[in-house]
Each structure stands twice: as structure tokens, then as C-alpha cells.
Design a protein around this ligand. Structure first.
Ligand code: DAT
Ligand code: MG
Length: 136
């Protein structure tokens, strides 16, 4: 069954010229782009997107980071899109991510880990509404 997930190429990925690499991996996997946009988040949108982490010690730094420059927001769809993209991304901490994943190939530290992907159907629906409120 086809499903949708929200993917971000975070400001570090954009600044390092990795938009094309991330999109190429999505396409190579067989997933489809249903929406794609470059934008810079305001703090309120960033805080809403990362609301589940609001009580964590790293929340302030996370919001600073995700609002620090342009990012790419995408809706990606296909069979098992949520898990499929999480597999492409690799584990949150790049030094624990599977060899060959985006985070393992391109990152060293947990905050600057290049991409975001929704972690389940409810978060996907919630996050897609934040980024593309009128389109899905
Ligand atoms: P993921 O992005 O793999 O879904 P998450 O939802 O647990 O991971 O955390 C969201 C982001 O917050 C993550 O991509 C990077 C940052 N983060 C997570 N744990 C962190 C930590 N211990 N220190 C600093 N940043 C952290
Ligand atoms: Mg998460």
C-alpha cells in the first residue's frame, strides 16, 4: 500500500551541496516526489515540527540549527515510504548509521545529520500538514 512521508534535507545538507544526492537516492529506491520546495523555517514552524522534543536539553540548539538556512521539504510517496526513507537515512547518530546510508556516508555528529524523515504514519500526516497544509 502506498504511503507518504515528510523528508527534509536539513540546512547542513543544503549548504554542503547534498540535495541532489538525497533526491537521487529517493528516486533510485523507486519512491516518488509528490511535493518539493526550498524554504527557510521560522522558529514557530520549527518548534511545531519538533514539538515531541520540546523538553529535551538539545531542543534550543535543534531549533537554531533547523532555522539556520534554507532547507528542502519534500513529500515522498510509495509502498512503505516511511520505513524505506528511514532506511535510506540511517540511524539518528551518523556514527551508528548503517554503512551506505545517507547519514553514514555524509555526517559525523547527531545534530548535523543531513536529513529528516517521519518516523510513523501519525507523524507523517502531522508533519506533511505543517509543511504543505493545503496540498494533501
Ligand atoms: P530522527 O531525526 O532520526 O527522527 P529524533 O527524532 O530522535 O531523530 O531527533 C530529532 C533530531 O534531533 C535528530 O535528527 C538530531 C537531533 N538530536 C537527537 N538526539 C540528539 C542529541 N542527543 N543531541 C543533539 N541533537 C540530537
Ligand atoms: Mg524523529
Amino acid at each position: 500500500m502506498s504511503e507518504r512521508t515528510l523528508v527534509l534535507v536539513k540546512p547542513d545538507g543544503v549548504a554542503r551541496g547534498l540535495i541532489g544526492d538525497v533526491i537521487a537516492r529517493i528516486e533510485r529506491k523507486g519512491l516518488k516526489l509528490a511535493a518539493l520546495e526550498l524554504r527557510t523555517l521560522d522558529r514557530e514552524t520549527a518548534e511545531t515540527h519538533y514539538a515531541e522534543h520540546k523538553d529535551k536539553p538539545f531542543f534550543g540548539d535543534l531549533v537554531d540549527f533547523i532555522t539556520s538556512g534554507p532547507l528542502v521539504a519534500a513529500v515522498v510517496e510509495g509502498p512503505n515510504a516511511i520505513k524505506a526513507f528511514r532506511q535510506l537515512a540511517g540511524a539518528t547518530n551518523p556514527v551508528e548509521a548503517a554503512t551506505g546510508s545517507i547519514r553514514a556516508d555524509h555526517a559525523l555528529e547527531v545534530q548535523n545529520n543531513i536529513v529528516h524523515g517521519s518516523d510513523g504514519p501519525e507523524s507523517a500526516e502531522r508533519e506533511i500538514k505543517i509543511f504543505f497544509p493545503d496540498r494533501f
